[in-house]
Design a protein around this ligand. Structure first.
Ligand code: AMP
Length: 369
């Protein structure tokens, strides 16, 4: 991640990918030119890196010149394009290839077409390293496109954010959400995750998502998801990943503006952990920590049987189902300790003691993050 002025950017397209795309464009254009010696026209400032790399790779004779237009202000493409340096040579009957670093709204391209309308060139081709199809509003044909990208602001490889970033040899993408605190609250059934999450969500202003609670809500309301989940939950087994991941994604999307999340009961499998990383990545965020409440099995069984007297949960009422849930945890879920340890994100916390004592222990870990 890098910071330019007030904004954060994350790596998006590597120098190697850029190099490959430029090489391909150079070869494609050379093949189409036949014996013609084209004039490549770079649009300053942004195209200086593309043009430099492109002409070095272009395998035949060519000419190079530049025009300078100004179209970007901050992170928005402006309607108002200024012509700062125009054409300085006669291009009558020449084949001209415009070399652009990026085409998004197409406003710059309109200005380019206006400039070339009276130049009597033989043909005018447009080549661009980056292209944002979702942003493009014009009809002009783009003859050569290096890499199509989504409609997000990028910097690097000639492209700037208010003057900074042009010198970076790869491309970075703007990050839309920043500084979320995302915690995975981990531990076997009965460890006290739900109880502690209630305190933590208030203290740190986070959204608490308990997959177990979402499933129980769906069962209560007799939704299709509830009916499906019930058959697994009643036996103390895990609901299939595909179902759970989809449901979790929807819960996160419902809270797009959150300061962060406490995930309770998720992830429970390797596939869920990977899906969660991808989801966080798509939100320009990540999991900050897995905090695990460590509690002995026999204490857990005792706590859950006690809870079963009042919770009304079928899976708390029967000791063999409780033991099955704990076994599921050790068979399928405990491996996640390794997953997060490998990322230096695992924090074990003693889960035996009073509720207040444990809240203090958890708070100490979160405050130190
Ligand atoms: P909990 O309330 O976290 O103890 O979850 C109760 C039950 O809901 C579990 O035993 C599973 O059947 C189901 N469940 C909750 N979270 C998940 C998950 N992440 N993956 C699969 N099943 C889950």
């Amino acid at each position: 991640m890098i910071k330019l002025h007030d904004k954060y950017f994350k790596p998006f397209i590597s120098a190697q990918e850029i190099d490959d795309a430029i090489g391909k464009m150079a070869n494609d254009i050379a093949a189409d030119m036949g014996d013609e010696i084209p004039v490549f026209v770079g649009i300053l400032n942004g195209s200086f890196m593309v043009v430099s790399d492109f002409v070095k790779k272009y395998p035949k004779p060519c000419e190079v010149t530049f025009i300078k237009l100004a179209s970007y202000e901050g992170v928005k493409s402006t309607e108002d394009i200024q012509r700062l340096i125009g054409l300085t040579q006669d291009l009558t009957d020449r084949t001209v290839v415009i070399l652009e670093d990026i085409i998004d709204s197409g406003n710059t391209l309109s200005e380019v077409h206006r400039i070339f309308k009276n130049e009597n060139v033989k043909s005018l081709k447009i080549a661009t390293l980056f292209y944002k199809p979702e942003a493009y509003k014009k009809d002009y044909k783009l003859h050569y496109v290096g890499i199509k990208i989504p409609n997000k602001f990028i910097v690097g490889f000639g492209l700037d954010y208010d003057g900074l970033g042009r010198d970076i040899p790869e491309v970075y993408q703007i990050m839309t959400t920043q500084h979320m605190t995302n915690l995975v609250l981990f531990g076997p059934p009965g460890a006290g995750k739900g109880t502690q999450a209630e305190f933590l969500k208030k203290k740190y202003n986070l959204i608490h998502i308990s997959t177990g609670d979402v499933f129980r809500y769906n069962i209560k309301n007799e939704t299709a998801l509830g009916t499906l989940a019930k058959s697994y939950m009643d036996k103390g087994e895990l609901v299939p990943d595909e179902v759970t991941i989809k449901m979790l994604n929807a819960e996160v999307d419902k809270n797009a503006d959150a300061n962060g999340f406490i995930f309770d009961g998720f992830p429970r499998t390797d596939a869920q952990a990977k899906a969660l990383d991808e989801l966080m990545e798509s939100k320009d965020s990540s999991i900050n920590a897995m905090i695990a409440l460590e509690v002995d099995d026999e204490v857990l069984v005792g706590r859950l049987l006690e809870r079963g007297k009042t919770s009304g949960r079928a899976d708390d009422a029967d000791e063999s189902i409780i033991r099955n849930r704990i076994t599921e945890y050790y068979n399928k879920t405990a491996i996640l300790k390794d997953y997060y340890s490998a990322q230096n994100k695992y924090y074990g916390v003693d889960g035996v003691g009073s509720i207040e004592e444990i809240t203090v222990r958890l708070g100490a870990v979160i405050d130190a993050l």
